[in-house]
Design a protein around this ligand. Sequence first.
Ligand code: FAD
Length: 379
Amino acid sequence: MNFDLTEEQQMIQKMIREFSADKVAPGAVERDRMKAFPVEVFKELSEMGLMGLPFSEAYSGGGGDTISFAIVTEELSRACASTGITYSAHISLGGAPLHLFGTEEQKEKYLTPICTGESFGAFGLTEPNAGSDAGGTQTTAKEDGDDFVINGSKVYITNASHAKHLAITAITGNEGGKKEISAIIVPTDAEGFTVIDNYEKMGLNASNTTELVLDNVRVPKENLLGKRGNGFKQFLVTLDGGRIGIGAMAVGIAQAAYERALQYSKERKQFGKTLSQFQVTQFKLADMAMKIELARNMVYKAAWLKDEGRPFTKEAAMCKLYASEIAMEVANEAVQIHGGYGYMREYEVERMMRDAKLLEIGEGTSEIQRMVISKLIGC
Ligand SMILES: Cc1cc2nc3c(=O)[nH]c(=O)nc-3n(C[C@H](O)[C@H](O)[C@H](O)COP(=O)(O)OP(=O)(O)OC[C@H]3O[C@@H](n4cnc5c(N)ncnc54)[C@H](O)[C@@H]3O)c2cc1C
């Protein structure tokens, strides 16, 4: 057993922590208010070589590991969760399926621009009638000569306005009445492809969440990602990795909310004492610190298992479920400790609470995580 980060992981943590404090945190309130995508932050992350962190150097990636990816996601989210989700989705949903299932040519053509930051990574699974039941996909891809002709729509897709291409799921056939779902890479500038960016969200306001409309979009058959009919399975594997990203985001948000509550409790005086002198506040903060520690350990364990090439589906679901639920609890308590000030935008804990809620929904709701875990423990 060794709970220490490697030298390289420590170096990445120090670098991204400093960058997040200096360059990401200062604009977070304003970006949330203005729904402004963090363009400048991502230019710098590209220059720092972090946009392809866990992918092979052969495609301009950083050759890093999943723990380092989790560290970067955690630190960015601690400063600004909109930046955190953009990064997490870029890597774990956008880049990962290409890295895992792409051919050599597909990786060169589509993964490389993701690693350099030239294109953002995105992933199109959810549809108006297929959310938790992602196999309920209705988008179709019909063969026509050397092409697929795709029709359908996708909802809530992160980063698509800034992506040059993305993998989506579509029905490519019916085998014995069973839907054949495949993954297909679609350029976002293809004729008939529309990206709509007009959701009014509760939180993560500076992140890009879009609706996609595919109206007779024609792509060559060589854009098929992985084996035909394996699209659904591939996306489930992709989501396992994505859940580590959501867990890391949750730890980052919870850490930020806790730090602010701790600091505030030492400054605010009522009844002649600081809040931190009341045992009720001390116990709240102790519980917050404990839960964050447990969540972080679980996120790192899932990431470590993935890096070791061992099964990690259960642990990824556990870390996502636990970390997202404690992030909501911690952010809620942080608002409570701030009292009326906590309800005000400038104190930021209200933003953290709004942002944290998505983590109990995206990449499989808490209920779906419990279903995954119960199946894997043999229920
Ligand atoms: C900001 C944001 C970003 C997103 N980014 C992406 C993205 O980049 N790519 C992408 O493909 N998707 C994305 N999503 C979609 C997200 O993954 C889905 O919203 C999520 O999986 C839930 O699906 P749904 O919204 O259709 O809810 P539903 O599936 O309709 O669920 C509604 C409720 O019913 C519960 N429920 C459903 N089935 C069961 C069951 N069998 N047993 C018990 N309870 C059940 C759910 O847990 C939930 O509480 C994003 C969503 C948001 C809000």
